[in-house]
Ligand binder design. Structure first.
Ligand code: PLP
Length: 438
C-alpha cells in the first residue's frame, strides 16, 4: 500500500517511537520494571478522590436545563461548538480574570483534545510555507532554549521544523548544596540569529517549566523573549503543561504574563487527568477563531468530558487549591527524595543534576560518560529501569558533535516511592559500572 509523503512521516520508525514502544511494553510486561521513563502524572490519592467525587456528581446532578437527566449525559450526548464547551470556557474566563489582570473574554479561549493537539495546530499555523509579498518563505518555530519537549518533534506537516539555540550552562546550588547546574537562554546567539533577522521564524516557543529538564525560565528571560517576539512580529507560545496556575509544579518565584502577542497553552493532564484529553489555548481572538476552525475540520468539536469535570473545580478555585496544596508539595517532596538517593548512589561520580525548579522530571548530566546515554538507556533497560536518553530532546539542533546532548538522561519522579528508589538504585549500579570499567 502506498502512503503519501504526509502519511510516511508517521510510519517511519524513529528512535523515539521505538522508545515509546519500550515504555508501553514495560507497562504490559509481567517482569518488574522501574518505570522512570514516561510522562504520566503521579497517582495522588487526595486528588483522585476529588476527581472521582466530581465525576460521580456529574452523573447525579439532576436536570441540566436542557431536559437531560444530568451534566454527564448532557456533555456526552451533545457536540459543543468547535471552540469548545461554552460553560468551561466561561468558567476559565472568570478564573483567569480573577487571578490575573488579563481582561479576557470568551473570544480569547479555545479548547483542544489535549495540548499536544494544540501544538499540532500552532506549529503548522506558524511554521511551514508562507507567501509574503508574492514570495514563498519557509518559516520555522524557534525554540530559544534546547533541551525541549520531545513531543514537539515531528508535528509539522511540511517545512523545516525547528530551530533551537543551545543553552548556557551555569553551576548553581540547590537548597544550599552544590552539584547542580541550570540552563540559561543564550540571548547573544538569539539576538544574532540570521533566521530571526531574515524573517524565517514564524513563532517562538518554550515550555515553562521545561520538559525534560525541570528548568523554569526566569521572569527576565520571559520578558526578553516577549520583547524579541514583539520586535519580530511573531507570537510567543508558552507551554504551561506543568506551569501556573495549574498544576503549578513550579518551585521558583516567577510570574505568568499574557498579552495579545502571547499564546498560552494549558492542559488538564498533569493535574492528573491525562485521559480526558483537554488542552486550553489563551490567545488573541484571531488565533482562537483559527484554532476553532481547525477543530471543526479535525475533530468537529473537542471532547467535553474533561471540561465537564473541570468546570466546577475551576469555578470555585478547587483546581488552584489542589495544585498549590497537594500537587506542588507532592512533586517537591519527590524531587528531594530523588536527589538525596541519587547523591547517595553517585555522590563520588561526576553526576550533576539540573536544579529542580519544577515539572515531574529530573535531568541528570553524567559528565564525560564513556558511552552515550542511548547506550546507557539499553544497559539500564536490560537491568530493569527505564529512563529517556537525552539526544531526542534537542529538536532543531544537530547533536552529532554536541557531546553534552549525549551525556544526560531524563528520569520521571512521578513513580511511587518504592519504584523511584529502586530505579535510582539501578541507575547507580549501572552508571558506576560504566565509569569504573572505562
Ligand atoms: N507539553 C509538555 C511540555 C508536555 O510534557 C506534554 C505531555 O507530556 C504536553 C505538552 C502534552 O500534554 P497533553 O496533550 O496531555 O495536554
Amino acid at each position: 500500500m502506498n502512503f503519501s509523503k504526509f502519511g510516511q512521516q508517521f510510519t517511519e520508525q524513529t528512535g523515539i517511537s521505538q522508545l515509546m514502544d519500550d515504555l508501553g511494553d514495560a507497562l504490559k510486561s509481567d517482569q518488574p520494571v522501574n518505570m522512570l521513563g514516561g510522562g504520566n502524572p503521579a497517582r495522588i490519592e487526595a486528588i483522585n478522590e476529588v476527581f472521582l467525587r466530581t465525576y460521580q456528581a456529574l452523573g447525579d446532578d439532576g436536570a441540566d436545563g436542557n431536559g437531560l437527566a444530568s451534566t454527564a449525559l448532557s456533555s456526552m450526548s451533545n457536540y459543543s461548538n468547535p471552540q469548545g464547551d461554552a460553560g468551561f470556557i466561561d468558567a476559565l474566563v472568570g478564573f483567569f480574570n480573577r487571578h490575573y489582570d488579563w481582561q479576557l473574554t470568551r473570544e480569547n479561549i479555545a479548547l483542544t483534545n489535549g495540548s499536544q493537539n494544540a501544538f499540532f495546530y500552532l506549529f503548522n499555523l506558524f511554521g511551514g510555507e508562507f507567501v509574503q509579498d508574492g514570495e514563498t518563505v519557509h518559516k520555522s518555530i524557534l525554540l530559544p532554549l534546547a533541551p525541549e519537549y520531545i513531543g514537539y518533534s515531528d508535528v509539522h506537516v511540511d517545512g523545516q521544523h525547528f530551530l533551537s539555540v543551545p543553552p548556557h550552562i551555569e553551576d548553581v546550588t540547590h537548597e544550599g548544596e552544590t552539584g547542580f547546574f541550570k540552563y540559561r537562554v543564550d540571548f547573544e546567539a538569539l539576538e544574532n540569529l540570521p533566521a530571526l533577522k531574515e524573517g524565517r521564524i514564524g513563532a517562538i516557543c518554550c515550555s515553562r517549566p521545561t520538559n525534560p529538564t525541570g528548568n523554569v525560565l526566569t521572569d527576565d528571560e520571559m520578558a526578553h523573549l516577549s520583547e524579541l517576539a514583539a520586535r519580530y512580529e511573531v507570537p510567543l507560545i508558552i507551554d504551561n503543561a506543568y506551569g501556573m496556575p495549574f498544576p503549578n509544579i513550579i518551585y521558583s518565584d516567577v510570574t505568568l504574563n499574557w498579552n495579545d502577542n502571547t499564546i498560552l497553552c494549558f492542559s488538564l493532564s498533569k493535574i492528573g487527568l491525562p485521559g480526558v484529553r483537554t488542552g486550553i489555548i489563551v490567545a488573541a481572538p484571531k488565533v482562537i477563531e483559527t484554532i476553532s476552525a481547525m477543530n471543526a475540520v479535525v475533530n468537529l468539536s473537542p471532547t467535553r468530558f474533561g471540561a465537564a469535570i473541570a468546570t466546577p473545580l475551576v469555578k470555585d478555585d478547587t483546581i488552584k487549591d489542589l495544585s498549590d496544596n497537594e500537587i506542588k508539595p507532592f512533586y517537591k517532596n519527590q524531587a528531594r527524595l530523588a536527589v538525596a538517593n541519587l547523591k547517595a548512589e553517585l555522590g563520588d561520580y561526576p553526576l550533576v543534576i539540573h536544579k529542580p525548579e519544577g515539572a515531574i522530571f529530573l535531568w541528570l548530566w553524567f559528565k564525560d560518560l564513556p558511552i552515550t546515554t542511548l547506550e546507557l538507556y539499553q544497559r539500564l533497560k536490560a537491568n530493569g529501569t527505564l529512563i529517556v536518553p537525552s539526544e531526542y530532546f534537542f529538536p532543531g539542533i544537530d547533536v552529532s558533535d554536541f557531546q553534552h546532548a549525549h551525556e544526560c538522561i531524563r528520569m520521571s519522579i512521578a513513580a511511587d516511592e518504592a519504584t523511584l528508589i529502586a530505579g535510582i538504585k539501578g541507575i547507580g549500579e549501572v552508571v558506576r559500572a560504566v565509569y569504573d570499567d572505562a
